[in-house]
Design a protein around this ligand. Structure first.
Ligand SMILES: CC(C)(COP(=O)(O)OP(=O)(O)OC[C@H]1O[C@@H](n2cnc3c(N)ncnc32)[C@H](O)[C@@H]1OP(=O)(O)O)[C@@H](O)C(=O)NCCC(=O)NCCS
Length: 194
């Protein structure tokens, strides 16, 4: 695989590339304006997450994690305005007999329902299977997060079942719907790939 720093994954409406320190201010603004709406669906971020230093530290950590094959995080950028619209990451990369990662993502509510998350997910699947050599990608979704479940289904994920008390969301251990896709099910010809 080429160095992650040089990786750009191009779709038709968005492209993905690793987040850089120069993106921290824009990402911080996105996180701050979506703080309330995202809180229902994700683990509680630390207070420092909503500071510039916190964002810079997270960007550095993600770049280091990629070097060590632990996590691959990308910013989602609109092609039309070349502006950051969200983030998507393959985390908890496991090698050996598993070759698995978990995927997580968010898209600015100012540009929701334009297909950005779906296209970003398809692009990251191509990276996972064709570049990173993974065999399986999984995702956990809160039952009420119908938009995210729809995104997973549009990208070809299959619902596997329910994991009880899977993640701590907003201070509560919440059941999640589990979705997964393996390389055998992945179809590179799905519309949305560049
Ligand atoms: C979930 C999220 C990533 C979706 O991003 P997005 O760019 O709007 O997603 P897309 O436009 O690709 O697709 C959204 C789909 O959900 C559907 N949808 C949106 N709101 C919905 C709702 N309340 N009920 C049912 N479907 C809904 C849209 O109609 C669309 O499906 P369609 O193409 O069949 O019409 C975004 O809302 C988000 O960041 N939410 C907060 C963080 C989060 O939940 N992350 C995922 C954790 S698992």
């Amino acid at each position: 695989m080429e160095s992650l720093h040089e990786t750009t994954l191009r779709g038709s409406a968005v492209y993905l590339r690793p987040l850089l320190p120069s993106d921290a201010q824009d990402l911080l603004a996105l996180r701050v304006r979506n703080r309330t709406s995202f809180a229902r669906f994700e683990p509680i971020p630390t207070e420092s997450h909503f500071t510039l230093d916190g964002q810079l530290a997270e960007i550095d950590r993600a770049l280091e994690d990629a070097q060590f094959d632990r996590r691959y995080a990308f910013g989602i950028f609109t092609i039309a305005e070349d502006r950051v619209a969200g983030r998507i990451a393959l985390s908890n990369v496991a090698r050996g007999a598993w070759q698995n990662a978990t995927v997580g993502y968010y898209v600015d509510s100012a540009c929701s329902n334009r297909g950005y998350a779906t296209e970003a997910l398809r692009l990251v699947l191509r990276f996972a299977f064709a570049d990173a050599g993974l065999h399986r990608v999984q995702a956990g979704v809160l039952p009420e997060n119908t938009a995210s479940a729809r995104v997973l289904e549009k990208a070809g994920f299959r619902r596997e079942g329910i994991s009880l008390r899977y993640l701590n969301i907003f201070g509560e251990w919440r059941d999640h719907l589990m979705y997964a896709i393996t390389v055998e099910e992945w179809d590179e010809e799905t519309p949305g790939y560049a």
